[in-house]
Design a protein around this ligand. Structure first.
Ligand SMILES: Nc1ncnc2c1ncn2[C@@H]1O[C@H](COP(=O)(O)OP(=O)(O)OP(=O)(O)O)[C@@H](O)[C@H]1O
Ligand SMILES: [Mg+2]
Length: 242
């Protein structure tokens, strides 16, 4: 079971967005796609998922060429997708939101296991999903995707907009998923978070893969981080200090 993205070119209308993007994720790996705003992270995930299929190149999963498959079929083959807008059903209960994702008979991620990790979801099980905080909603969308029993999960910028404590819970959860043998492709702008929880990294910039390597290598590569990821904190000019 391996995901292989091979030289895909993806367009929105006439706009050419992804240029020969290639990446691969092996079974049990956590791989991060790093890149700034507008770099092409979401478009890459949408291309994998068949939501914005690539025009050339190929996406292969479990040795099937899924490049032109419709999204529902790709999901059925075992890819779960948690989009960046983390949409839940606000009027359905938390438990009903989880049910929406349920698929297959042999469910590895039961309510019990999910609740054990996110007690808040159990506490709120019978309350409307809309009553959850942003961070809790993010946990719910990931949990819902897991209820679909995927072999590979795509997490599009999961830490975006979350409070530091919630980001920590999310990181712990990614570690748990990895221990459980889940394969994960996540996209991130939060370099520190991504490096702490991934095995390998790709950097995308202007729709092109500019770097790939092991986390340990990227961590040491200040030049690459500075060029593509702007990890330095913006200095606040002294005349604007609060
Ligand atoms: N529906 C669309 N129609 C036209 N252009 C789009 C559309 N969605 C995204 N783009 C453009 O495609 C490029 C890549 O966008 P994408 O959303 O993949 O980036 P991203 O890395 O996910 O950014 P972010 O961190 O902001 O989520 C950007 O230049 C963006 O303006
Ligand atoms: Mg995005």
């Amino acid at each position: 079971m391996r995901l292989v993205v091979d030289q895909i070119n993806t367009y929105y209308g006439l706009s050419h967005i992804l240029f020969d993007v290639s990446l691969d994720v092996a079974q049990g790996e956590v791989v991060v796609l790093l890149g700034r705003n507008g770099a092409g992270k979401t478009t890459t995930m949408r291309s994998i998922m068949g939501l914005t299929p690539s025009q050339t190149g190929s996406v292969t999963f479990k040795d099937c060429d899924i490049t032109k498959w419709p999204p529902y079929k790709i999901a059925r083959l075992g890819i779960g997708f948690v989009p960046e807008d983390r949409r839940i059903f606000p009027d359905l209960t938390v438990k009903a939101n989880l049910d929406v994702g349920r698929k297959g008979k042999h469910i590895k991620w039961t309510y019990e296991r999910i609740y054990k990790f996110f007690p808040k979801l159990e506490e709120m099980a019978n309350r409307p999903g809309g009553d959850l905080s942003g961070g809790e909603q993010q946990m719910l969308t990931i949990s819902r995707a897991l209820m679909g029993n995927p072999d590979l999960i795509l997490l599009d910028e999961p830490s975006e907009g979350l409070a530091p404590l919630v980001v920590k819970t999310l990181g712990d959860f990614i570690d748990v998923m990895k221990q459980e043998g889940m394969t994960v492709l996540l996209s991130e702008q939060n370099v520190k978070f991504a490096l702490a929880h991934s095995d390998r990294a790709y950097i995308i910039d202007n729709g092109q893969i500019k770097y790939h390597g092991l986390i340990e290598e990227l961590e040491k590569d200040e030049e690459v981080k500075k060029r593509y990821l702007a990890v330095t904190d913006h200095a606040i000019p002294t005349n604007c200090q609060p």
